[in-house]
Design a protein around this ligand. Structure first.
Ligand code: AMP
Ligand code: MG
Length: 997
């Protein structure tokens, strides 16, 4: 301790105080550390006496005159010698404010939401003659909850003495010890045995619960808190008391167990951490001392093994008892000792707190009636804090939440889930915890109903080409297409399509009901060919004009199309040549069509196939996904209506041929009488050129994938103006990072930003409009929203039961617009279409599509995408089965075995693929192949569609006990470039792999 200036001195701090002084955080000045109590005082108040009494209290406690400062790189407590004038403030709201009561509320809220300066202050507001509000404000670093009780008691006694003409100081007990004594004592302790106990207790390390937030919290230490009270009455209080007596635990421990169970359901971790503040004040030594004696205890709930609620309560009781017995280890020391990853703006393990509320003495101001007032706008550090009232049957308390992460309605639903869970657990504590419900049947039923949107397709049984024909009849001169300065009217498009339909009908072999492959780049000719093929009664398979490798031949051999349509002006096409030579196929060149046969459009029926989209198959064989006319017509009609596509709209066709999105863009525009603007190939993948093109083509609707939207955002941000005609930006195909959504909204404030989700098997399934978020930026991943009409998107558990809100399960879709099944070798794969058994009688039985996606329903009803169950990834929005690449590599002679993984960036978008290859070795140990050979093999298989892959050679692949490749145990991906064909790496320092095989 040393002298700082004339009247102040420096004292040692505790590490808990240091913890509130984190250089990276706005800690000393953050409202997160403000403690505020407000009291309404009715009746006569001796303001002068209160001031004298308060000054006496502050004068007694060094902590109340102490500020934390930094001296020579260390935190020190600077203790003012005198009681400063600013420890007291008085404001006369009766004279100044029109509505003094409202002003008083605001007055307290402002105090609570500001950093406490000085460290402790009493603020008095006069509302009227005998009407006052008294607010006590302190910095958490100088006064914990027990200290506030001490201060309140002392203030009451000192006031009584002051108004009776006595000396307030005389009314207060002697004060033998100071907080600095505690700090010195604590720093001298040897905590090694405590560290050992905590380390053993927290191994393996528990994780913070994965809360079903409405918004991922912004990176800030604290935010305004919202508060929900609960009082579950005697009907829960009684059985709760009974169970606690039976299990020899405090009643609040039963609530803790229920809370932990709820949190466990929200996440998938088996060990969940909840923080519990507790006082580590040594009593009786420091009983009357004001200061920070609180610490945070980490309570780990272990959910491994079969577990009943009773057993969980026992575990919770043991965890609390153990933690309390070892509370002398300061939390900061624990964090350092366990070397946990410290996420900025978070207190490790303490996103969620469980607090046993202590009752506090009332402020007594002799002669007046004092009642404690709630304070608005206090700050919350934790995402969620459940405070239960101690004493009595503890089924009352409050849930405090960060208002930047939760809506009030969500907090109420969360409490409702806790209550439902607790009620069921108390009714039968010996049930396995898995069997306990979080939601009533009624609530689940309502959610199931809510997930089901009535389809609003076209009125009649019309196919998309019929609908386009109608538009052409109504408005023949309207612009149907705009491409590179060329404008094609609806009449011209029809005429061109009719020519192609006639050309297709010529030749040998019937076309209606058969596949026609249109292998052309996007543009007016391709659209005419697509329409022509449909008019000829065929169904479509669209392929781009790029080199497709072996995959193209495999597909044509599978499809055996009646005709292959090409654009001969684009140059010779090896695949078409192969088709003609090897499969004896008929190729139709739209630039030199054969003599047309007299033909009139063939009317397809709604249930007839409209197209087949091919995607990556997990076995290495492309997978054909057929869709009916009814599905295509319903989808594009909904899409056009929902996103206001009509005459005058100019819709980009960005998706490449072959993806269902390309047909959807085309027909959403054309059936609505809008203008379709195909993006020329040389522009499609170039963000700079696209931004110019969007402006030049006056595009109103642009659909793309998030990965590319990010590039566009980068370009727009570097320029003065955004494409001014754009009013819908539609993103689909992969998860939309919140930061990207936020950036796009800021850069394109007048544009409707839509996140669309769904598998090709249903075209799309849900959508969400990213609104101007009330709380500024969007973080985390954007929700995928609600069902598109005609699709019921459900979250089901592993037994096909509906999951409650907040709980992650499988996204399963019931819809008449589901593909009937796959084509090609994948046809036998019916697993994704296994009907829902609906043993629970929810009315969700029957046909469905199991997406393989994980998701959860938020409290507001919107769905969130939570990753995949399998090894399907998205690369630039394109669906890729890692098994597809693995099969291609494994087929190479030099590959003994291999595993492919996707590497994602901070936004969880895949940026590249890494192939781990175990090469075949010759007798001398040299590898039979290298990166260049494997890359060539992939190239031969996938052609230009091959995604970028880097290679790492290993001497064996890690496998789990079941013998499957354990992808999680593969070494890191290594640098993006280089490392290819590197020498075999051993696993750690061990020369042989520590796994079998
Ligand atoms: P595809 O059939 O090629 O359209 O791919 C469908 C898959 O892409 C889905 O099953 C999801 O895994 C993923 N996906 C599509 N859209 C989204 C989205 N908006 N958010 C997250 N994942 C998406
Ligand atoms: Mg899709």
């Amino acid at each position: 301790m040393g002298s700082d200036d004339g009247t102040a001195s420096l004292a040692v701090t505790t590490s808990a105080q240091d913890g509130l002084w984190l250089p990276a955080e706005p800690a000393p000045g953050s409202p997160a550390h403000t403690v505020c109590r407000a009291y309404r005082v009715a009746g006569p108040l001796d303001v002068g006496g209160l001031r004298t009494a308060w000054r006496a209290v502050v004068g007694r406690h060094e902590s109340l005159r102490c500020t934390l400062v930094e001296r020579a790189g260390r935190v020190a407590a600077r203790i003012a010698g005198d009681v400063a004038d600013d420890v007291w403030s008085f404001v006369d709201l009766a004279a100044r404010a029109e509505h003094p009561h409202a002003a008083a509320r605001e007055f307290c809220a402002e105090l609570a939401a500001a950093p406490p300066r000085p460290p402790a202050r009493l603020a008095v507001a006069r509302l009227g003659a005998d009407d006052h509000v008294v607010a006590l404000v302190a910095h958490r670093a100088v006064a914990d909850d027990t200290s506030i009780s001490i201060v309140v008691d002392e203030l009451s006694a000192a006031y009584a003495s002051a108004v009776n003409g006595g000396r307030p100081a005389d009314a207060l007990p002697a004060q033998p010890r100071r907080y600095a004594d505690y700090a010195r004592w604590q720093r001298a302790q040897d905590h090694r045995h405590l560290v050992d106990w905590w380390r053993a207790t927290l191994t393996p390390l528990p994780t913070a619960p994965d809360l079903p937030v409405d918004r991922v919290r912004p990176p800030a230490l604290s935010a305004t808190a919202g508060v929900e009270r609960f009082d579950w009455g005697a009907s829960l209080g009684r059985p709760l008391a009974e169970l606690s007596t039976a299990e020899h635990v405090e009643p609040h421990t039963v609530l803790l167990a229920a809370f932990q169970l709820l949190l466990h359901r929200y996440g998938d971790g088996d060990r969940i951490a909840v923080g519990m503040p507790a006082s580590a004040r040594p009593v009786p030594e420091f009983a009357g001392v004001v200061g920070l004696f609180d610490t945070l205890l980490v309570l780990c709930a272990d959910f491994t093994g079969p577990l009943t609620f009773r057993e969980l309560v026992r575990r919770a009781g043991a965890a609390v008892t153990g933690a309390l017995a070892h509370r002398a280890l300061p939390f900061d020391e624990l964090v350092r000792a366990l070397d946990v990853d410290r996420a900025p703006h978070r207190i490790p393990w303490c996103d969620t707190l469980f607090v046993v509320g202590a009752s506090e003495p009332r402020l007594r101001l002799a002669g007046a009636r004092v009642t404690r007032q709630p304070v608005d706008a206090v700050a919350a550090v934790a995402d969620l804090t459940l405070t239960v009232d101690a004493g009595g049957p503890a089924a009352t308390g409050i849930l405090e939440y960060r208002a930047d992460a939760f809506e009030a309605a969500s907090a109420r639903l969360l409490l409702e889930q806790l209550r439902t869970l607790l009620a069921a657990a108390l009714a039968d504590p010996d049930l396995p915890v898995r069997a306990l419900p979080l939601e009533s049947r009624d609530r689940l039923r309502a959610a199931i109903r809510d997930a089901d949107r009535v389809a609003d397709g076209p009125a009649g049984p019309d196919t998309v080409n019929t609908l386009v024909r109608r538009v052409a009849e109504r408005t023949p001169d309207a612009p149907a297409l705009s491409y590179g300065g060329t404008r094609v009217s609806y009449a011209e498009l029809r005429a061109h399509a009719a020519l192609i339909a006639a050309a297709l009908t010529g030749g040998h072999g019937a076309v209606p009901g058969r596949p026609v492959v249109v292998r052309m780049s996007t543009g007016p000719r391709q659209i005419a060919a697509v329409l022509g093929a449909l008019d000829a009664g065929a169904h479509l398979v669209c392929l781009g004009a790029d080199e497709m490798g072996e995959r193209g031949r495999t597909m044509l051999a599978d499809i055996r199309p009646a005709r292959l349509v090409i654009d001969g002006s684009a140059g010779p096409d090896a695949l078409a040549q192969w088709f003609a030579d090897e499969l004896d196929g008929q190729v139709v060149d739209v630039t030199a069509p054969p003599a047309p046969a007299a033909s009139s459009p063939v009317q397809s029926a709604p249930q007839d196939r409209a197209y087949v989209a091919y995607t990556s198959g997990s076995t290495g064989h492309p997978k054909g996904i057929p869709q009916s006319h009814a599905t295509l017509a319903q989808f594009v009609t909904w899409f056009g209506g929902e996103f206001r596509i009509g005459p005058g709209a100019r819709v980009a066709q960005w998706a490449a041929p072959g993806y269902d999105a390309s047909l959807c863009e085309a027909f959403a525009a054309l059936v609505a009488g809008a203008t379709l603007c195909p993006v020329p190939d040389r522009i499609r993948a170039n963000p700079e050129k696209i931004v110019d093109w969007l402006a030049a083509e006056r595009i109103t609707h642009f659909q793309t994938v998030p990965t590319f939207a990010r590039e566009i955002l980068r370009v727009i941000s570097g320029r003065a103006g955004a494409p001014e005609h754009l009013d819908h930006l539609l993103l689909a195909g992969e998860a939309l990072p919140g930061e990207l959504a936020g950036g796009l909204r800021a850069a394109l404030p007048s544009v409707r930003l839509i996140n669309l989700y769904g598998p090709t098997e249903l075209i799309l399934a849900t959508w969400h409009e990213v609104a101007g978020e009330a709380h500024g930026e969007v973080h985390g991943v954007t929700p995928v929203g609600r069902s598109i009409p005609g699709r019921q998107v459900l979250v089901l558990d592993d037994q096909d039961r509906p999951c409650p809100a907040g709980v992650t399960g499988d996204l399963v879709i019931r819809s008449p617009y589901t593909t009937p099944g796959y084509l090609g070798p994948a046809a036998a794969d019916r697993a994704p279409f296994r009907p829902v058994a609906d043993t629970g009688g929810w009315g969700i039985g029957g046909p469905c599509y199991r997406t393989g996606d994980l998701g959860r329903r938020r409290f507001d009803g919107a769905l969130e995408f939570r990753g995949r169950k399998d090894f399907q990834v998205k690369f630039n929005g394109i669906r890729l089965e890692l098994g597809d690449l693995e099969a291609a590599l494994a087929a190479h002679d030099s590959v003994a075995e291999c595993a492919v993984v996707a590497v994602a960036d901070a936004n969880r978008l895949a940026t590249r693929l890494v192939a781990y290859v175990v090469p075949v070795r010759g007798p001398d140990g040299t590898a039979a192949g290298a990166a260049a050979d494997w890359r060539a093999a992939l190239r031969a298989r996938f052609g230009k569609a091959m995604p970028p892959v880097t290679f790492r050679t290993l001497i064996g692949l890690p496998r789990n006990i079941g013998g499957k490749i354990d992808r999680r145990s593969l070494p890191g991906p290594g640098p993006a470039r280089g490392g290819a064909g590197a020498e075999p790496e051993s696993w750690g320092s061990s020369p042989t792999p520590p796994w079998p095989g």
